[in-house]
Ligand binder design. Structure first.
Ligand code: ADP
Ligand code: MG
Length: 255
């Protein structure tokens, strides 16, 4: 589904991604862990097509198409979803208005009619109940006055409404209490299917106890330096990133 080869990207002329290679198949959940400032959010942003990030080398294909050639809207219509580490507030634009516009834009791209109002509201009610959000919150401005945890819950609500093929969730678990964490995990698990894939960017093993990933990768210094199964997260929890950073430095010196 997603193939990243030798991806290099810069932010304000500083190279952050220094040759990322990663392959995610349909049906898989991958976790990307790594120290602060290692480029995890940069990778997520580059995949979603956010401005300010310049790709200087490498290739990304999404379902066989050149992802980097697509603009943000085309990526969204193709089924990509980014859950932000720091969700933005958009006062004056209601959550539901935005979701309806997003769903309709995608339908239009597929040559389909606009979603029926009743069908839309049924879907909204089903999903807000699933994430345990109040109907009033769903109608408010996007994230307007939401607490940190409510914003993350809202990201999951949006994801469930849009049913992306590939969801990239950037620290959607950070700052959550245990109930909200379980809700977020439930939402991610609900979308697990042979046709979809998820990339979870996370610092903590906590989420991975509720959403068991197929693969875990460590991004450090702008590269994937280790990959393994779920047990790699246990190792990281026990030993931190210091050991991996050291192995990586030794490798770099040796090569
Ligand atoms: P992570 O998500 O792994 O903590 P980031 O991808 O957010 O790391 O950041 C990687 C590096 O890129 C950091 O040193 C950060 O300061 C820098 N960086 C990220 N975004 C910007 C930006 N918009 N302008 C300048 N520097 C940035
Ligand atoms: Mg980050």
């Amino acid at each position: 589904m997603l193939k990243i080869e030798n991806l290099h990207a810069t932010v304000e002329d500083t190279e952050i991604l220094k040759g990322v290679d990663l392959e995610v198949n349909a049906g898989e959940v991958h976790a990307i862990m790594g120290p602060n400032g290692s480029g995890k959010s940069t990778l997520a942003s580059v995949l979603a097509g956010r401005e300010d990030y310049e790709v200087t080398d490498g290739k990304v294909t999404f379902e066989g198409e050149d992802l980097l050639e697509m603009d943000v809207a085309e990526r969204a219509c193709a089924g990509l979803f980014l859950g932000f580490q720091y969700p933005v507030e958009i006062p004056g634009v209601s959550n539901l208005y935005m979701l309806r516009a997003a769903l309709n834009a995608r339908r239009a791209a597929r040559g389909e009619d606009e979603i029926d109002a009743m069908e839309f509201m049924e879907r909204v009610n089903e999903k807000i109940a699933f994430v345990d959000m109040s109907p009033e919150m769903a109608k408010r401005g996007v994230n307007e006055g939401f607490s940190g945890g409510e914003k993350k819950r809202n990201e999951v609500f949006q994801m469930l409404m849009l049913e992306p093929k590939l969801a990239i969730l950037d620290e959607t678990d950070s700052g959550l209490d245990i109930d909200a964490l379980k809700t977020v995990a439930k939402g991610i698990n609900a979308l697990r299917s042979p046709e979809r894939a998820t990339i979870l960017v996370t610092h903590y093993k906590r989420l991975l106890e509720h959403v068991v990933p197929d693969k875990v990768h460590v991004l450090a210094g702008g590269r994937i330096v280790r990959s393994g199964g779920p047990e790699l997260a246990d190792e990281l929890e026990a030993e931190g990133y210091a050991g991996i950073a050291r192995d990586n430095r030794e490798q770099a010196t040796a090569s």
